[in-house]
Design a protein around this ligand. Structure first.
Ligand code: MRU
Length: 351
């Protein structure tokens, strides 16, 4: 598998070759490949790679699924391709089953691209309803949700991009997204490449930006949406939802139905990935790259400092104005509404 190494952006557009599943697992853990829908695609191709190499496909799917615990798409992609392989292997030869696995990964990749286009359109229509005044939307986003994490144009970022192309994006506020700077390194890179009007802010500057009346809506992605509508997304999303509520600003989540996990009952049941303390005690623009400090960055805290470093936080449904999927929009966010959207979805169901 040949990946665009996201740890090296924006300085370099470098390829990372993963010749086997352990190499891909390392790429996932170090965030060379990241973001919920892309993790699903990577998991799917990873299992197809194991099948092509004649390796144990079930074990490969298990290893990939465990590489990161929160983004449900990773397990979805890996298990979906493993199931297709096993069904084919039951009735045919190994190479034939490997070809079926690859075809299934390609199907998932294509479906993700299609879902992205539909979410962008539904999201644009929702923004027009929520923000009817002229002059264009000033949107605040967090982490990175564009083409880098998708088979298509992405999730939340795809909505902002479509708004830009239709002339209705006034400004994109990009949270830098501590500690690994997915906003600064990746969203700013994508916004710049697309000629969008954007500014970068530190995560802690968002409050004063709301207070100044500069944010019309918050638009973010998700890594897992529980059956009750609780949303796990990059740490820092929940504080934005609280700010949005206080300032009467819509808080919109954009994610494909493959990110909805009806098997997880509520937000407290979502496993939140805890990452290394060095991501907080050192400052680096290259996550996972080893160098000066233990984690590879410039040390900014005294030796021995402990850190609280969850990769995600959970936003309860009552703080979410709407969830936009490729099957449509729900607002208010309820478990019943979510289940209906998922039932409508043509995505393959994996238990
Ligand atoms: O730790 P990351 O960079 O994989 O986290 C990604 C996010 O939190 C994204 O916002 C989320 O996956 C939505 S991607 C469309």
């Amino acid at each position: 598998m040949v990946l665009l190494d996201q740890t090296r952006l924006p300085a370099e557009e470098a390829e990372l070759v993963c010749a086997d599943v352990p190499a891909l697992v390392r790429a996932i853990r170090t965030l060379a490949v990241r973001g919920a829908p892309l993790l699903g695609i990577a998991g799917a191709y990873g299992v197809a790679l194991a099948a092509a190499r004649g390796e144990d496909v079930a074990q490969a799917a298990e290893l990939l699924e465990q590489a990161r615990p929160t983004a449900v798409n990773l397990g979805y992609g890996a298990r979906r391709v493993a199931r297709a392989y096993e069904e084919a292997a039951g009735s045919g030869s190994g190479p034939e089953a490997a070809a079926v696995a690859l075809a299934e990964a390609r199907a998932l990749h294509r479906e993700d691209a299609e879902a992205s286009g539909r979410m962008a359109q539904y999201g644009l229509e929702l923004l027009a309803e929520l923000l009817p005044g002229g002059g264009g939307h000033r949107l605040l986003t967090h982490c990175n949700t564009g083409a880098l994490v998708s088979g298509g144009a992405g999730t939340a970022f795809a909505v902002a991009l479509r708004a830009h192309r239709k002339g209705s994006l006034r400004h994109l506020w990009v949270d830098e997204t501590r500690p690994l700077l997915q906003g600064a390194r990746l969203t700013a890179y994508e916004a710049g490449r697309n000629g969008m009007p954007y500014s970068l802010l530190t995560d802690s500057a968002a409050g004063s930006l709301f207070a100044a009346g500069e944010v019309d809506a918050v638009i973010i992605g998700a890594d897992r949406i529980a059956a009750d509508g609780s949303v796990a997304n990059k740490v820092g999303s929940y504080p934005l939802a609280v700010l949005a509520k206080y300032h009467h600003v819509p808080f919109v989540v954009v994610a494909p139905t493959t990110t909805v996990d009806l098997g997880t009952v509520d937000g407290t049941s979502i496993v939140v990935e805890q990452r290394s303390a060095t991501e907080v005690t050192e400052f680096t623009s290259k996550p996972g790259v080893r160098g000066g400090g233990e984690g590879g960055g410039t040390v900014v805290a005294p030796p021995g400092t402990k850190a609280y470093n969850p990769a995600f936080d959970i936003t309860p449904p009552e703080l979410v104005t709407a969830i936009v999927t490729e099957e449509g929009v729900i607002s208010p966010v309820t478990g019943v509404g979510l289940a209906e959207l998922c039932a409508r979805s043509s995505q393959v169901t994996i238990s």
